[in-house]
Design a protein around this ligand. Structure first.
Ligand code: ADP
Length: 340
């Protein structure tokens, strides 16, 4: 997946480069900076001394030493004052310059902490938005896997209004189906649903049986096999055309890796994972029915027994097709993100 939010200690990330939320001296500090220096060993500080500091918004690179990454990219984030002192632009520069440096050093995977969101006081939800927006923009024309590493879930704040709305929706549909309905009434509901159906089937005439010519079993099977529906890949390509998108626009909006997209496109029977199928539905801004149709072609269904499905359903129903925002919600709820 090109952009992924993960919960981890950044010093444990096995990537080409990790980014350090450093201060302008580059001579070490607390928070993530301290953790990185401790894990890398004293040679990191020795190399940092030779860099003669780093201005706010800029980025410099060193080796990773004892860390499991090849490089550490040091960037100095802005100190939050009131939001009217260029904080956003400076934080954007931190991400942009770090990514450009990573690209220059041929890094294929990079992990960021939430820069400035600790001691420097940048409001966390806003800091996360700057990170997501800047990285997404960069990935539009670069192939790289980028991780936003959050230390604890408490450090991670999604826009509270959206989150509350989604939680309320989950309570409505998920909790209702799973917890609050007494077993007996659930059993009755199920019984009447299926008994009702069974009766309807009993009573219904069989029009097809009369109007379809009678075929021998093998011929019938052959006939049915000749009428196989449009495949997932065919529907995907058709929808990309109908929405006047390019392939790249689609897989980037879906947060899906280019190689995976090509695999889906070129292997006719390829069945993507549910997260990937849903990611394409979001990227293509499909309606709920179209989404269900697309999922079915990959062998899946939207289910109210799955919280992740309810989140996606809610987002589609409210016209929220921002995959990064959806993934933030899924992350916050400990659910698997969309894309691959
Ligand atoms: P800043 O001074 O830029 O605010 P901090 O180090 O105080 O930097 O915090 C930046 C973010 O990094 C915070 O959200 C903090 O929770 C997080 N953080 C601290 N230690 C780690 C770590 N080991 N791995 C990942 N994130 C961390």
């Amino acid at each position: 997946m090109p952009l992924e939010i993960v919960r981890n200690d950044i010093t444990k990330m096995s990537v080409d480069a990790i980014v350090n939320a450093a201060n302008t001296t580059l001579l070490g500090g607390g928070g993530v900076d301290g953790a990185i220096h401790r894990a890398a060993g004293p040679q990191l500080l020795e190399e940092c001394r030779k860099l003669h500091g780093c201005r706010t918004g800029e980025a410099k690179i060193t080796c990773g030493y004892h860390l499991p990454c090849r490089y550490v990219i040091h960037t100095a984030g802005p100190i939050w004052q009131d939001g009217h002192h260029g904080e956003r632009e400076l934080l954007t520069s931190c991400y942009r310059n770090s990514l450009e440096l990573a690209d220059k050093y041929h890094c294929e995977s990079v992990a960021f902490p939430l820069i400035s969101s600790g001691v420097y006081g940048y409001p966390k939800a806003q800091a996360l938005k700057v990170a997501m927006d800047t990285i997404t923009q960069f990935l539009l024309d670069h192939d790289m896997t980028v991780y936003i590493v959050v230390f604890s879930k408490d450090a991670f704040e999604v826009s509270s209004k959206l989150f509350k709305d989604i939680e309320a929706y989950i309570d409505d549909v998920y909790v209702d189906e799973h917890l609050s309905a007494p077993r007996e009434s659930m059993r009755m509901r199920l019984q009447s649903r299926y008994l009702g159906k069974a009766k309807a089937y009993d009573a219904a005439p069989e029009p097809e049986a009369r109007s379809t010519p009678i075929l021998a079993p093998q011929a019938l099977l052959d006939d049915m096999l000749n009428q196989v529906d449009e495949s997932f890949a065919q529907m995907l390509i058709r929808m990309i055309d109908e929405k006047h998108m390019t392939d790249a626009q689609c897989y980037k909006r879906a947060n899906v890796d280019r190689r995976l997209f090509n695999k889906i496109k070129n292997i006719p029977d390829y069945k993507p994972s549910k997260q990937t199928a849903l990611a394409f539905a979001i990227a293509l801004e499909l309606s709920l029915n179209e989404t269900k149709d697309m999922l079915m072609k990959a062998g899946f269904a939207l289910s109210h027994s799955s919280k992740a499905d309810i989140v996606v359903e809610y987002c589609i129903m409210t016209g929220n097709y921002d995959i990064m925002e959806i993934n933030q919600i899924l992350f916050k709820l400990d659910l698997q993100p969309l894309g691959y």
